[in-house]
Ligand binder design. Structure first.
Ligand code: VG1
Ligand code: CO
Length: 542
């Protein structure tokens, strides 16, 4: 027996979605009514869910299944027709995006705090995706936030939890619950896009591969695709079993948090190809034997070579990058005569370009790359596209990079993060910098001279919507650039991100931090980071 109950509630401050949904400490989400208020506000913000079909799943972190049970009971109480859930509540972010699309769902709820650690004292998150499979655009997240500010009650079904362990279809209250294999439909899509035979032949030839799933959601996907379908040696996928706290680590695929993989790849007898993905499976890191590929360079290489994979054989309609991502891909686009768009940080800004057929490939410097096959960035997809390219070119990762730089030049790039700064200090720093922009052009900064300075504003070429204050962008004479913005995914204080780049047409062998030293000095002169924050250097350098 199930009964619907209407529970009186009141607005809870601070439920404003950031770069990628609402992210808070797990204990905040576990407070009575906190999740319920936000979920009801999603339903209210999108105009109700009566008669609709939703996809629901998450990255398996602590509180994942409990949150899904609440969402199912709230979907049933608000009259949803059907909810499709991954077995045991598991779905990677790109797999959820794919399911929304292939099942013709009206939308989906994805539970994840992505690259942030998980556990009772770490982070949790929730976001809503639209019927195209992509993150809700700002107009929708604004409506959801507005609903959180006026909420007076939520509806929930009482009674037992749903059984998510058994695949199949059954009633749950008034709606139908469909529990699916989280991997099957995603793996089928990958088989359509890539030349599995060519990759299988490469792996059969003694090629050594190591994929670090970082105890996160991609483990089951990578084991099925890389080991079972493509024949990588058993054990090639490491840390393959998802754990609620990611083995106590940061599921963030970069040289800092995936240090074990980096060490293995730089060992004398290391594997030929290494990769890692993040908590919810939408980010990727690519590293060859003794050769780390920055995400911005990876995007450029994929843009230059995607046509070697069957799914992209007819070429790319265009490419897009987030504004702080390096301009390496712009050079590929220019050489190949394709349009290249620069959007604000966050995947939601790519959706319209992909839907309109204006871009095929998109990417962010934060290790996210993807295409129009879904409407999220996709970690395993990037790994498979790389493997497909390597299988066709019959080159090592280092050879591919050398050839790429020889053709397009090298854009040295790095991101410096200052984490958990006091919010007031971070806001003051950005405000002072914004206030100074008008006077900067022509001014010296360290050994460089400012060419232009702006607070980035984006007008969506499809629907005309405007996103302003998206980060300070300063260009220097001679082609260097720095971007400063505050993170929108953190849960403690503020994180200042400083994105540094310098183009070099000829000298490809430098250490990136050395190559960027003049830019680092210039940004210190302009923003006074050390003096304002009291920090002697960044907490994380990627
Ligand atoms: C970060 C990255 C951004 C990415 C976002 C979500 O945002 O910089 O590029 O889209 O995380 O990634 P911010 O606001 O902290 O800089 V994930 O893998 O959450 O889905
Ligand atoms: Co992620």
């Amino acid at each position: 027996m199930t009964t619907q109950t209407r529970i009186a509630t009141q607005p809870i401050p601070g439920q404003k979605p950031g770069t990628s949904g609402l992210r808070k400490k797990t204990r905040v989400f576990m407070q009575p009514g906190y999740l319920e208020n936000f979920v009801q506000s999603i339903w209210d913000g999108i105009g109700g869910i009566a008669g609709k079909t939703l996809v629901v799943g998450g990255d398996g972190r602590f509180f994942n299944e409990a949150a899904i049970q609440t969402i199912l009971k709230m979907a049933a109480a608000s009259g949803a027709a059907r909810v499709i859930v991954g077995q045991n509540g598991f779905l990677s972010t790109p797999a959820a995006s794919n399911l929304i699309r292939v099942r013709g769902a009206d939308g989906g709820v994805i539970l994840s705090a992505s690259h942030n650690p998980g556990g009772p004292d770490e982070d949790f998150g929730i976001k809503y995706n639209m019927s195209n499979g992509g993150p809700a655009p700002e107009g929708v997240t604004d409506a959801i936030f507005a609903a959180t500010e006026t909420i007076a009650h939520y509806d929930i079904q009482e009674g037992p939890d749903a059984d998510l362990s058994v695949i199949g279809e059954r009633p749950f209250g008034v709606m139908t619950l469909t529990v699916v294999d989280p991997v099957a439909e995603y793996a089928a899509l990958m088989e359509k896009l890539f030349d599995f035979k060519a990759i299988r032949d490469l792996l059969k030839s003694g090629y050594q591969l190591r994929f670090d799933a970082m105890h996160a959601i991609t483990g089951p996907y990578a084991v099925e695709i890389l080991e079972r379908r493509l024949g990588a040696a058993p054990g090639s996928v490491v840390n393959a079993v998802p754990s609620p706290d990611f083995g106590g680590g940061h599921p963030d695929p970069n040289p800092v948090w995936a240090k074990d993989l980096m060490d293995a790849m730089y060992a004398p007898d290391g594997p030929d190809f290494g990769a890692a993905s993040d908590g919810d499976g939408d980010r990727n890191m690519i590293v060859g034997k003794g050769c780390y590929v920055t995400p911005s360079d990876s995007l450029a290489v994929l843009a230059a070579n995607a046509q070697l994979a069957p799914g992209y054989a007819s070429g790319l309609k265009g490419v897009a990058r987030s504004m702080p991502t390096s301009c390496a891909v712009d050079r590929v686009a220019e050489a190949r005569g394709m349009p290249c768009y620069a959007t604000p940080t966050g995947w939601k800004f790519f959706g319209n370009l992909l839907d309109a057929g204006m871009a095929t490939l998109c990417g962010e410097e934060s290790a996210g790359t993807g295409s129009d096959h879904v409407r999220e960035k996709d970690g395993l997809w990037a790994v498979l596209l790389w493997l497909n390219i390597l299988a066709v070119k019959k080159q090592s990762v280092a050879e591919v990079m050398a050839e790429h730089w020889a053709e397009f030049g090298r854009t040295y790039y790095s991101r410096h993060d200052y984490e958990a700064i006091e919010t007031g200090v971070a806001n003051d720093l950005m405000a002072a910098l914004r206030g100074s922009l008008g006077g900067l052009p022509g001014q010296a900064a360290g050994d460089l001279v400012v060419e232009s300075a702006e607070d980035f504003s984006y007008t969506d070429p499809v629907d005309g919507s405007v996103a302003s204050r998206q980060g300070v962008q300063i260009r220097f004479e001679g082609g260097a650039r720095v971007v400063l913005r505050l993170s929108g995914t953190g849960t403690e204080g503020a994180t200042l991100r400083v994105y540094l780049e310098r183009f070099d047409p000829a000298d490809f062998g430098q250490d990136p931090q050395g190559a960027l030293a003049p830019v680092i000095k210039a940004v210190e002169a302009l923003a006074g980071i050390a003096a304002r924050t009291g920090r002697s250097g960044p907490d994380v350098i990627t």
